[in-house]
Design a binder for this molecule. Structure first.
Ligand SMILES: [Zn+2]
Length: 200
């Protein structure tokens, strides 16, 4: 698969988030030499988080929890944010505000991805961001599709519940995580764009 150590760590964090009942997304920040200087995962549906990460909030995204640990007194043009999923508007904004100069993500997010809007203000455009992603292989497909029970549901009556996870795990054996039978989620009629459409 050709995964870097950082990408493997992100996937591990996403798996931890999934196991804890949150959205399966993980993220790390690398310094210029490639050393992990910060990490975070989604904690949206958890009640506790290690300081200064946030939990039990719609804002408790993996990228935010990785970026919130960075020193606000310095700049990070030569650092890289690595994440399993294309950043949403919240995380793309957090990336730009953190002055991170590079972004690597594994899976596309056709529903909530906001990489194309990284520099839509003079403030956020002050540090150009080099973007790498999504991967066009099975890893990119998995990273993209494993979140769409949540990101592609227009309405969601219940949190990412144990029964939902059970359904997703069963579906994952077929090559992708599916929400079509997941309790509490609307049947997905708007499927992901390629490469996800090959397996969704
Ligand atoms: Zn986000």
């Amino acid at each position: 698969m050709g995964l870097t150590a950082a990408e493997r760590l992100c996937l591990d964090l996403a798996w931890q988030a999934f196991g804890a009942g949150s959205v399966p997304v993980g993220a790390v920040v690398l310094c210029e030499s490639g050393t992990v200087v910060s990490s975070g995962r989604s904690r949206m549906y958890e009640t506790r988080a290690p300081t200064p990460e946030i939990a039990n909030s719609i804002l408790a995204h993996a990228e935010v929890n990785a970026l919130v640990k960075l020193d606000p007194r310095r700049r990070y043009e030569h650092h890289t944010l690595v994440t399993t999923l294309e950043p949403c508007p919240l995380c793309a904004g957090a990336l730009a505000m953190s002055t991170i100069g590079r972004l690597t993500f594994l899976g596309a997010d056709p529903y909530g991805g906001a990489v194309g809007r990284l520099a839509n203000t003079a403030h956020t455009a002050r540090v150009p961001v080099q973007v790498s992603g999504p991967r066009r292989d099975a890893v990119g497909t998995l990273a993209s599709c494993c979140t769409w029970p949540i990101t592609c549901s227009a309405t969601r009556a219940v949190p990412w519940s144990a029964s939902t996870r059970s359904t997703a795990r069963t579906s994952s054996r077929r090559g992708a995580l599916s929400s079509s039978k997941a309790p509490g989620t609307r049947r997905v009629t708007r499927c992901c764009a390629p490469p996800c459409s090959t397996v969704c």
